[in-house]
Ligand binder design. Structure first.
Ligand code: PLP
Length: 375
C-alpha cells in the first residue's frame, strides 16, 4: 500500500482500496460475478480466474477492501468457523500445544475437542486473563486470543501477550469478530493472524454467513489460499458481494451501535433489579483500562444479569424492540439468555445484548418498560 494510503482511516480505505476505476462508464461499486468455470484458453496461469473454487472477481474486490483496512492479505471463507478451522487445523501437528480461551466462542473449543485433541494436540483452555495466558505459554505452538471475550467481555493486552507468545516461539491468532477491524487491530498490536466472523457486524444485516483471515505474512497467506482451494470452504459470490456492500456503512453502523450499547449499559447500571452489567466501554468495567488502550470502539455487545433464568426469559418475552436471537452485530437489537446453550459457564440470568440501529432513546425506553414489567 502506498505510504499516502496508510495514513487514511479504515473507513476511507474500505471505500478506496485501490486505484480509481479506469473504465469509463463502469459501475462505481463492485458488482457480483456468478461463475463456476470461467473461459480459460490454454495455459491456466494466463488468467486470474479459471474455476470458482480457486478465485472469483467478487472475492478479489472484497478481499482487496478488507486487506486495505487490515493493511494485510485477507482471505474469505464460508463462515467464521471455516476461517477458524483454516487457521487451526493445518497449523498444528501431533505433539503441539494450543492455548485457547475458556470463555471465548464455544464452538472453537468444540472444534478443538473433536479434531485437535484426538490428533494428539494438547489443548490448554485458559480464561481471558493475562497471567493465566502467560502461565500457559511454555511449549505452545499457537495461542488463540479473543478480546473482548464472548460472552464474558473480558479483555487482555494483545501487544504484551503477542510479545510473550513470540518469545516462546508461538503463533498468535486473534478472533476480532466482536470489535471488527474498525474497532481494534490485532495485527497492529502484534498478532500474526486475525480471524473475523463477517456474519456479525461486518455484514451487519443478519442475512448471511461469512468469515475471513488476515495476515501480513505472504507465505502464511499462500498456505491459507491452498487450504481453501483444496478443502473448499468457499463463500458464494452473492454473500461476498452483499458483505462487501455492507462495508461502506460499517463505520457509521458501528459508531451508532457502540454509542447505543454504552447508553444502554449506563441505563442498566442505574437499576437495582439488574445484578451486574458488563460493557468494556463503561469506565468502571474491569475490562475498560485494557480496552481503552487498544480499542477504537468498544463493540455492540453488552451483558446484564437478572436474578434467575425465569426473570431473564420474561424480560426477553416483554422487551418490544429486542428480538430474542443468538449472534450479534446486526441492524436489529437482539438478545438471548446465554446459559440456554449450556456451554459458556455464565449465570442463569445473564442476557447478552447486541445493540442495533434503533433510536437509542426508543430502545432504552423499551428495555426499561420490560424490566419494570417484571416487578
Ligand atoms: C466471537 C466469534 N467468533 C467466531 C464465530 C463463528 O462465526 P460463524 O458463525 O460465522 O461461523 C462466532 C459466531 O457466533 C463468534 O461469536
Amino acid at each position: 500500500m502506498p505510504a499516502r494510503d496508510r495514513d487514511l482511516k479504515p473507513a476511507t480505505r474500505a471505500l478506496h482500496p485501490g486505484a480509481k476505476p479506469a473504465q469509463q462508464g463502469a459501475p462505481i461499486a463492485p458488482q457480483p460475478v456468478f461463475a463456476a468455470p470461467f473461459h480459460l484458453r490454454g495455459d491456466p496461469a494466463s488468467s486470474a480466474y479459471g474455476y470458482g473454487r480457486y478465485d472469483t472477481p467478487t472475492w478479489t474486490a472484497y478481499e482487496a477492501a478488507l486487506g486495505a483496512i487490515e493493511n494485510a492479505d485477507a482471505l474469505l471463507f464460508a463462515s467464521g468457523m471455516a476461517a477458524a478451522t483454516a487457521v487451526l487445523l493445518p497449523a498444528l501437528r501431533p505433539g503441539d500445544v494450543v492455548v485457547l480461551p475458556a470463555d471465548g466462542y464455544y464452538q472453537v473449543r468444540a472444534l478443538a475437542a473433536d479434531h485437535l485433541t484426538p490428533r494428539g494436540i494438547e489443548v490448554r483452555e485458559v480464561p481471558t486473563d493475562e497471567d493465566a495466558i502467560r502461565a500457559a505459554l511454555p511449549g505452545a505452538a499457537l495461542v488463540w486470543l479473543e478480546t473482548p471475550s464472548n460472552p464474558g467481555l473480558d479483555t487482555v493486552d494483545v501487544r504484551a501477550l503477542a510479545q510473550a507468545a513470540h518469545a516462546e516461539g508461538a503463533l498468535v491468532a486473534a478472533d476480532n469478530t466482536l470489535a471488527t477491524p474498525f474497532g481494534q487491530s490485532p495485527l497492529d498490536l502484534g498478532a500474526d493472524v486475525t480471524v473475523v466472523s463477517v456474519t456479525k457486524a461486518m455484514a451487519g444485516h443478519s442475512d448471511l454467513l461469512l468469515g475471513y483471515v488476515g495476515t501480513r505474512s505472504p507465505e502464511r497467506h499462500e498456505r491459507l489460499v491452498r487450504w481453501r482451494s483444496l478443502s473448499g470452504p468457499i463463500p458464494g459470490p452473492f454473500e461476498a458481494w452483499l458483505a462487501h456492500r455492507s462495508l461502506a456503512t460499517l463505520d457509521v453502523r458501528l459508531q451508532r451501535m457502540c454509542a447505543t450499547a454504552l447508553a444502554l449499559a449506563e441505563a442498566l447500571l442505574a437499576r437495582d433489579d439488574v445484578l451486574a452489567v458488563r460493557y468494556p466501554g463503561l469506565r468502571g468495567d474491569p475490562s475498560h483500562a485494557v480496552a481503552a488502550r487498544q480499542m477504537r470502539l468498544f463493540g455492540p455487545v453488552l451483558t446484564f444479569t437478572l436474578r434467575d433464568a425465569a426473570a431473564a426469559q420474561r424480560f426477553l418475552d416483554e422487551a418490544s424492540l429486542v428480538t430474542e436471537a443468538t449472534s450479534f452485530g446486526g441492524a436489529h437489537t437482539t438478545a438471548e439468555r446465554r446459559a440456554r446453550w449450556g456451554s459458556d459457564g455464565v449465570a442463569e440470568g445473564l442476557i447478552r445484548v447486541s445493540a442495533g440501529l434503533e433510536d437509542a432513546d426508543d430502545l432504552i425506553a423499551a428495555v426499561v418498560r420490560a424490566l419494570d414489567a417484571l416487578g
